[in-house]
Design a protein around this ligand. Structure first.
Ligand code: SF4
Ligand code: SF4
Length: 61
């Protein structure tokens, strides 16, 4: 199981992570970006690679 955390004090709401997340674990919610369902994440790490502010952390537990 994974826990995805977005640091909202540094996130710019650019949506880059949303575009690369194939399973939709991270999605646009109104004008914000949020974790919809950590269980959908398959650990590709693409969101972390594209985030310009290093705001995403993924923990395997
Ligand atoms: S690691 Fe991949 S599947 Fe998981 S939230 Fe990021 S982009 Fe989506
Ligand atoms: S890519 Fe990073 S800065 Fe952009 S919306 Fe996602 S978490 Fe926020």
């Amino acid at each position: 199981m994974r826990i995805i955390t977005i640091n909202y004090s540094t996130c710019r709401r650019c949506g880059a992570c949303v575009k690369v997340c194939g399973p939709g674990a991270i999605a646009k919610i109104d004008d914000d970006v949020g974790v919809v369902d950590s269980n959908l994440c398959y650990g590709c790490m693409e969101c972390i690679k594209v985030c310009p502010t290093g705001s995403i952390k993924i923990q395997n537990i």
